[in-house]
Design a binder for this molecule. Structure first.
Ligand code: 4NP
Length: 154
């Protein structure tokens, strides 16, 4: 397989998808896997912004510094650059498909489809919730990251 290039997508690119990117980068590094990884939002609300402080703190709890990540919006070019695009929820999935250029063959699916027994599940938007929801988000994206690394390692 050519080098996998993975994009994680949520709405704002400040809460869920930066954590998914961080969990995947860490899992890939541990496995010695050479991958490209990034994250983006379907909306343009937080272009250039660092992740939400609650996501920065959650990643830090796991020894990962995401304070230097910058929010950006999904573009048509992402469908050329990335082999796989993973949506956090069903609305993200619909919004991603709406941007897909004609002829693109990038694989687009829900990120939790990666986790056995969780196919079709969404990672709920934690933006209006408490810190415990960021912990739950981390657990979900980490499970997905591990499953993806296993899949890419065979
Ligand atoms: P995210 O969370 O999609 O996980 O980054 C959100 C962040 C910001 C907003 C919504 C969701 N917002 O409405 O600004």
């Amino acid at each position: 397989m050519s080098r996998p290039a993975i994009l994680f997508v949520c709405l704002g690119n400040i809460c869920r998808s930066p954590l998914a990117e961080a969990a995947f980068r860490a899992a890939a590094e541990t496995a010695g896997l050479d991958v490209e990884a990034d994250s983006a939002g379907t909306a343009g609300y937080h272009i250039g912004s660092p992740p939400d402080p609650r996501s920065v703190e959650e990643a830090a709890k796991h020894g990962i510094d995401i304070s230097g990540y910058n929010g950006r919006q999904l573009t048509e070019a992402d469908f050329e650059r990335f082999t796989h695009i993973f949506a956090m929820d069903h609305q993200n999935l619909a919004n991603i498909e709406a941007v897909r250029p004609a002829g693109s063959r990038a694989h687009v699916s829900l990120v939790m489809d990666l986790v056995p027994g969780r196919a079709g599940a969404a990672i709920a938007d934690p933006y209006y919730d408490g810190e415990e929801q960021f912990e739950a988000t981390w657990e979900d994206v980490e499970a997905a990251a591990r499953a993806l690394v296993t899949k890419l390692s065979v």
